[in-house]
Design a protein around this ligand. Sequence first.
Ligand SMILES: CC(C)(COP(=O)(O)OP(=O)(O)OC[C@H]1O[C@@H](n2cnc3c(N)ncnc32)[C@H](O)[C@@H]1OP(=O)(O)O)[C@@H](O)C(=O)NCCC(=O)NCCS
Length: 196
Amino acid sequence: MIALYGDGGHAVSIGGAVDVSLRVSDATYNSSNAGRYEWCVAIGDNQTRSRIAKKLALEGERFTSIVAPSAVVLSSVPEGTCVLHKAVIEPGCEIGKHSIINSGAVVCHNSKIGDYTHISPGATICGGVTIGDGVWVGAGSTVKEKVRIGDGSVIGAGSVVVSDIGESVMAYGVPCRIIRGLEKVHYGTEHARRDI
Ligand SMILES: CC(C)(COP(=O)(O)OP(=O)(O)OC[C@H]1O[C@@H](n2cnc3c(N)ncnc32)[C@H](O)[C@@H]1OP(=O)(O)O)[C@@H](O)C(=O)NCCC(=O)NCCS
């Protein structure tokens, strides 16, 4: 039985892709049912998704991956990650935990996507790209082959990323340029911290 944590737009998208037995929010999560469901944190914001995944892990909850029936997935998708409508993941990719490959996004061969990363609708990640943890690639962006994007960075919608982008920066445009720095966030694993 699949349970979703989240009541915003991303939860609506996932709910249209697979059968869901339970939906909760901060106000309605009940830890006395722990272990009964397999969870996906259905929240688009990477930091919030990470915080909730860690909270659920501490309660002893298990996570599931979610793959929409219309998606084409030729690499493995780990726990907590969801792949939405008509997304494509080609062979040879490594996809991180609790990430989102959103509707219509394409992740080409041999690319690496970190944990808690969000590839927004319609983005194209060309072959051999490396994207870190907690990265947000905006809708319709293209990341050129073999480019690397560091942990915690945000790539604005419609960008064309032609060269490496470091950690914890906001960047956008065609070609994509760094606009400003962002506060560093440590993602770690969902079992790593008890201070949440
Ligand atoms: C990059 C982004 C995070 C910046 O957000 P923000 O800090 O709130 O930025 P603002 O909207 O205040 O815009 C600030 C300036 O940047 C420009 N800008 C913002 N995003 C841009 C983008 N993607 N490409 C080009 N210019 C952009 C704005 O035009 C504005 O320019 P101005 O100062 O000359 O008027 C946001 O615009 C974005 O692209 N988000 C991704 C949305 C998305 O893909 N959603 C998918 C959800 S599933």
